[in-house]
Design a protein. Sequence first.
Length: 308
Amino acid sequence: MNNPVAASGQADKAERSGPAGAVPPAPVAGGFPPTRNLLISLVPVLAILVMFLFWYSTWFGRRLGESEMAEGLEDTSQPHLTQHALSQLDAQIARHEPASKRWYPDLMKLASTSEPQLRSMTAWVMGEDNQSPEFHQALLKLVADPVDVVRWNAALALARFGDSTGDAQLRAMLRPYRALAPQGGVVTFRSKDEDALNAGDLVARIKGTDGAVEVRSPLSGKLERQVVHDGADVRAGDEIAELAPGDRQVWEALRALYLVGRADDLEDVDRLARGVAGMPDAVRQQAILTAQAIRKRVSVLSNDPMAR
């Protein structure tokens, strides 16, 4: 929008310097009253301020005070605040801050919360202190959680304890994920083959006699292929799609298997060591290191009578 004052000046100049007989420019309307001008100027400022305050309140980089930490870890009615508190606690434990231990009882309680996303994040945070026997015991329960992503994070955390209990979950993280129908009905896909997916993205809806349910991706990666066609009638438990894990998930699982991997894992690790289309070279390099570590560990154990 043109500045009324600047436009007025340009019009006066044109009128003075224009050729003789030229049609004078149309008169320029006067500016808004000062009060109205001020209000108009304040609207975008206030809009930006509101956006900043919202961003600041939801940004995990903002340091929470003691009272906010307590509220977030003790009360899960505001999931975003709890996630923020867990993120901050994760950093404190990683820095070996003694004060972080005051929140350990709250972390233990969160391991049994009804919210899967919070259980998953709690499992990850517990892995930061691999000297805590309480965390170790909690993770042994979480690795049997009914939700995939909770089991995966528990398995990654257990590897930091040198515990291979989650080996099967780590191996599963390297493989395509089979998305199953939670109920019978007609499938309507919301993602197509090769579509990139973030954790939580909608893959499909299944409309049954009791209504529709959603099938969401538990991982970040891509939809490798639709196993059934759009509009297919499926039964509960049928596979409807195959999801390929993203490079970050594969890399984390390989790092964990470097520490606790077994001979049974070598088939999947060697496949990645040979290179997989779409995976960065860093994943291939990590797979090579992991395969070497597993073979060395297997060799040592096979020559140790006490390990048999």
